[in-house]
Write a protein that binds this ligand. Structure first.
Ligand SMILES: Nc1ncnc2c1ncn2[C@@H]1O[C@H](COP(=O)(O)OP(=O)(O)OP(=O)(O)O)[C@@H](O)[C@H]1O
Ligand SMILES: [Mg+2]
Length: 280
């Protein structure tokens, strides 16, 4: 099944948008990341403009590391990040290409109102006070928090806090929005509401979204494409285009099969490494 040799009619790992279509909105070329261990190996990501691109992969395979590199919080060991065809160094402070990230937890400053949380982030990017105020109002209204602007985070529900952090990311007006398991701390009901709201936001803003999740059902429900990652050293195992699969149940089962194989491989590798360290 690896390298696209399987029952799913998969898009190639470097997806179809490289073949004569528009250039990918976001891509990586031969991206590697190594700490004490090799985490990412030769990652060739290609996300077409306007995609809702989900990522599934085993625990600890390097999903967060990849997102941190894609938004410039971390530098790759080697390889390139490419936005709209330009090789970019997002670790530089003021870059013309904006990539925003929403983490698993809202990460709001508790001593600031949610409006101030959003404004503060814009001010640090050099946005004028007046524009920051306008954008803050606009994006908080867009996520349904217009009447809660002056609330402090601890007076909002978990779902509302996560919506505020999404507004903060959108207010940056990024080219690409990265989301790292943004709904995993929410209960099932709120999670579904947030999925629907995120899809609505995606439709309204035409953003390109890269969405990490552990939920196959969530990925199938909201994505246009889904990439399954390998165990560490991580790379893309397969990319599937959701609309090519009328039978969503069969798609979920196939994704589960691939993911389970990678999870088992990751476990075996971790165990091997542990034995090597203990035996050393
Ligand atoms: N700053 C760091 N220094 C050293 N090792 C790190 C660092 N950040 C991450 N790692 C290692 O890189 C590997 C991948 O971590 P990462 O958090 O990216 O995985 P993940 O796929 O996001 O996991 P999860 O599914 O649990 O969220 C792990 O083995 C982790 O220990
Ligand atoms: Mg992670």
């Amino acid at each position: 099944m690896r390298d696209g040799q399987g029952s799913l009619p998969a898009a190639p790992a470097a997806s179809a948008c490289t073949d004569g279509g528009p250039p990918p909105k976001l891509a990586t070329r031969h991206l590697y990341k190594r700490y004490q261990i090799e985490v990412i190996r030769d990652l060739q990501l290609a996300v077409r403009p306007g995609a809702f691109y989900s990522i599934l992969g085993p625990n600890g395979c390097g999903k967060t590391t990849m997102l941190r590199i894609l938004c410039g919080l971390e530098a790759p060991s080697s390889g390139e990040v490419v936005i709209d065809g330009d090789v970019v160094d997002l670790t530089r402070q003021h870059h013309q290409h904006r990539v925003a990230i929403v983490f698993q937890e809202p990460r709001l400053l508790p001593w600031k109102s949610i409006a101030d949380n959003v404004r503060l982030c814009l001010r640090s990017l050099g946005v004028s006070e007046r524009e920051a105020r306008e954008r803050t109002r606009h994006y908080l209204e867009l996520v349904g928090l217009g009447s809660f602007m002056h609330y402090y985070p601890n007076r909002l529900s978990g779902g509302m806090q996560q919506r505020a952090s999404i507004a903060r990311a959108l207010a940056v007006e990024p080219d690409v929005l990265l989301m790292d398991e943004p709904f995993s701390a929410l209960d099932a009901q709120n999670r579904r509401i947030m999925q629907d709201e995120t899809v609505k936001l995606w439709e309204e803003t035409h953003k390109t979204i890269l969405f990490v999740t552990h939920s196959i059902a969530e990925a199938v429900r909201i994505s246009t494409e889904i990439a399954v990652l390998t165990a560490r050293p991580m790379t893309i195992r397969q990319v599937v285009t959701v609309r090519d699969h009328a039978d969503t149940r069969a798609l979920e089962e196939e994704l589960l099969r691939m993911l389970t194989e990678e999870v088992d491989r990751q476990r075996a590798l971790d165990l091997e490494r542990q034995r090597a360290i203990v035996g050393a």
